[in-house]
Design a protein around this ligand. Structure first.
Ligand code: NI
Length: 224
């Protein structure tokens, strides 16, 4: 699969047949390299209800007739707006036409921008053509990440390093020890002043424990 980074936590997964968006935050994202008009998708997976993750999910789902995959509360919210939605919950997996989605726990809050309840926040493991991609969502460090590393061979992990709202650099390095991905990409940093973080420091520390780190710029593609 090809994983294209669009700034903050927004990634576009292209399987060659389907496009899946995770955390499509375009409107208000100063680092986003695409517009609402540019983006084409078949499925959208927001990791929680916050504006910088749920983002433009509703508008993009409408424009593309895409299906929103999310925790029960997010799927219900989207269905109520006339969108196609598939409900899941943490620990559950489902085989979609493009591959398998499993929701993992994340240590984070979740509500929609209007303050209404959006269920729990979660991470996502996508299994497509035998490869496993873990997008941790917004989260603090938690010890059960070790289980993810034990039960999956993670080919790429996208982990937040911005601190303040999520893991900072040192906690994210510990997360790499737990998850043991073939490659880690830092996300959710530098978008706003409050989450300024040093990705090069993260990369150095990841490499010091013998793991690979790639710092992606908006528009960059990682193929696994
Ligand atoms: Ni959040």
């Amino acid at each position: 699969m090809k994983i294209k980074f669009h700034g903050h936590a927004f990634v576009e997964v292209d399987t060659g047949k389907h496009k899946i968006l995770l955390d499509p935050f375009i409107t208000g994202n100063p680092n986003c390299d695409v517009t609402l008009e540019d983006v084409k998708c078949d499925f959208i997976i927001p990791t929680h209800g916050h504006g910088d993750n749920f983002g433009d999910t509703v508008e993009l789902a409408k424009r593309n007739d895409a299906t929103v995959i999310g925790i029960y509360e997010i799927a219900t919210y989207c269905s109520a707006q006339g969108l196609k939605a598939h409900p899941m919950n943490i620990g559950g997996g489902f085989n979609f036409p493009f591959g398998r989605v499993k929701l993992t726990m994340a240590q984070h809050s979740s509500s929609f921008p209007d303050g209404s309840y959006a269920g729990d926040a979660y991470g996502v493991i996508l299994t497509i053509d035998g490869k496993n991609f873990y997008q941790a969502g917004d989260t603090g460090l938690f010890y059960d990440m070790k289980l993810i590393g034990e039960m999956y061979k993670i080919d790429a992990a996208f982990l937040p390093i911005g601190d303040d709202f999520t893991m900072g650099v040192d906690d994210a390095v510990k997360a790499v020890e737990f998850v043991k991905p073939a490659v880690v990409v830092p996300i959710h940093y530098d978008t706003f002043d409050i989450i300024k973080s040093d990705a090069n420091d993260f990369k150095r520390k990841v490499e010091s424990i013998g793991k690979k780190c790639v710092i992606m710029k908006p528009g960059d593609v990682l193929e696994i």
